[in-house]
Design a protein around this ligand. Structure first.
Ligand SMILES: [Zn+2]
Length: 185
């Protein structure tokens, strides 16, 4: 089995260094919790059909257990092939905006338990509509990678509400630039 998630030279799960087959030390090069959960959110974004923006979200409870995952897409039963994905049109109803459910909201709706004091990992800083849902769900921390719409009114409103409600947010500085997944055994 090849394991490409760790740095070169780190031992694999099956590598042993004792004659009787036992390992002397724990494996080095394992990924951090932050990188792991952000990685899960980025992987779930790969499910998105949106041709322009793919966002995933991963919610984690206080015990480091994943309790919700989502990505941006249309509601259940609303066809990805019939509704528009475009961003501009004469009528807003011919764009994706009235229909798309953001990753953050899908992750909350898909959650398996109450989200009090949970943390949400999401690559892009949440918009104001998602911020409202995040606050109401009980999530108290946001970890993000990018805040490229920081100057927009929606993100300013999101931060205003997070600050008022005591929801913390922090930019993740990942320990590694990428994680490769290899499906070949
Ligand atoms: Zn949003």
């Amino acid at each position: 089995m090849t394991d490409t998630t760790h740095s070169k030279g780190a031992r694999t799960a099956f590598e042993t260094d004792e004659p009787d087959g036992t390992q002397a030390k724990k494996r080095e090069g394992y990924i951090s919790w932050d990188d792991y959960f952000m990685g899960v959110s980025i992987l779930s974004a790969e499910r998105s059909k949106d041709p322009n923006t793919q966002v995933g979200a991963c919610i984690v409870d206080q015990h480091k257990k994943i309790v919700g995952i989502g990505y941006n897409g249309f509601p259940i039963g609303c066809s990805d092939d019939e509704l528009p994905w475009r961003r501009k049109a004469d009528s807003i109803n011919d764009t994706k905006y009235p229909y798309v459910v953001h990753a953050e909201v899908n992750a909350i709706l898909n959650s398996t338990k109450k989200l009090h004091n949970a943390t949400m990992y999401v690559a892009l800083f949440p918009c104001n509509e998602c911020a409202k849902m995040i606050i109401q769900s009980g999530i108290t921390e946001i970890v993000y990678l990018e805040d490229k719409y920081a100057d927009t009114d929606t993100v300013k409103a999101a931060k205003k509400m997070f600050d008022m409600a005591g929801v913390k947010y922090r930019k993740l500085e990942p320990r590694r630039k990428s994680i490769q997944l290899d499906f070949e055994a």
